[in-house]
Design a protein around this ligand. Sequence first.
Ligand SMILES: Cc1ncc(COP(=O)(O)O)c(C=O)c1O
Length: 401
Amino acid sequence: MIEVKILREDFPILQREINGYPLVYLDNAATTQKPNSVIDAMNDYYSNSNANVHRAVHTLAGEATEGYESCRRALKSRFNANKAIITSGTTEAINLVAHAWGRANLSDGDAIILTEMEHHSDIVPWQMLAQEMNIELRYVPVQKDLTLDMELFEAAIKGAKLVCVVHISNVLGVCNPVEKIVEIAKQNGARVLLDAAQSAPHQEINFEQIGADFMAFSAHKMCGPTGIGALLVNDESFDEMQPFMGGGDMIETVSIHGSTYQKNEQKFEAGTPRIAEAIGWTEAIKWLNSVDIKIEHKRILESARWLSGELRRMGMTVYGRHDDNDAAVVSFLHPTMNSEDLAHLLDARGFAVRTGHHCAQPLLDRLEISGTVRVSLYFYNTHDEVVSFVNYLEEILERFA
Ligand SMILES: Cc1ncc(COP(=O)(O)O)c(C=O)c1O
């Protein structure tokens, strides 16, 4: 086990002070910080290897292509997938499924299953498609215990063509029973799209073993750069996808009469791709590969459980359950104090937390709230930071009592 103190040394931003206080970064579900190896690799690419990919024989083009493609290889290897389409993030990956698979394989009157726990990026693209194609959207409710109503899921699956489900909720940290969901979906002939934006950074995911058809996630939530993500696709679904963005790189031949397309993932990566970001992401994956995710996850989950207990003791409402596979995310509300005011006071002492609806308004509607304060931990957070957060929160509450 690497000591967290040593692990923190990889992240230059953690040395920062805010208003003279050490930065305590507790907003990791929004985006994670970047280790030196990621920053250095991207700098090195721009300083020494910058060129476009796939199209030239010169040395720099070769290095850029190798850098870009090494990201794809790293993704396939880490998540055990045959096809990894590089996108701008989870959002684009889900939109890609809607446009490239949905349009080609769904018809008027078909049904898609979503859950009330989805991030907006796994709701809005389907609402847009539903308007265009007259598709029915069925939402699986979230129960009082913050789990999905699996009985209603089983009832809703009949006749559905696609199930879109978030693996780990970005608000609650709850990990959904995706193996069970995939099993039921497959028994009923439905495809499954997994939103793994929050699980890919926290779990060792074996895409093939889970058996989902699509999996979307973002680099920036797993120590990689912003602006890049991926869609993993199994072979069967890949063969059913039609490109929706045309341009350079995705074609085999073009004439004035028509075009033929690449057979591999590039078919869905029209135009100059995110080369520096891919190079950075490869380093982030290497960094994650060097961490014992299970041990580190257990450690930060313990801190999250402790934090939940302390918040409840202080009279807060906590929205989370913190089971073993759940994320170290703690959403909470003070009975009277405004969340934004609280977040400003916390920021004054260097504590970075998030407030608001976290792009999950249907979930908050179900919980009958309009937002939460969210603390989300990652592997470089220490228990001492969480303790200092609790101590300062107590100070604030005493001040405003
Ligand atoms: C569960 C979930 N899905 C999707 C997204 C969207 O990710 P991105 O903005 O990187 O596309 C997020 C980001 O917060 C998320 O938490």
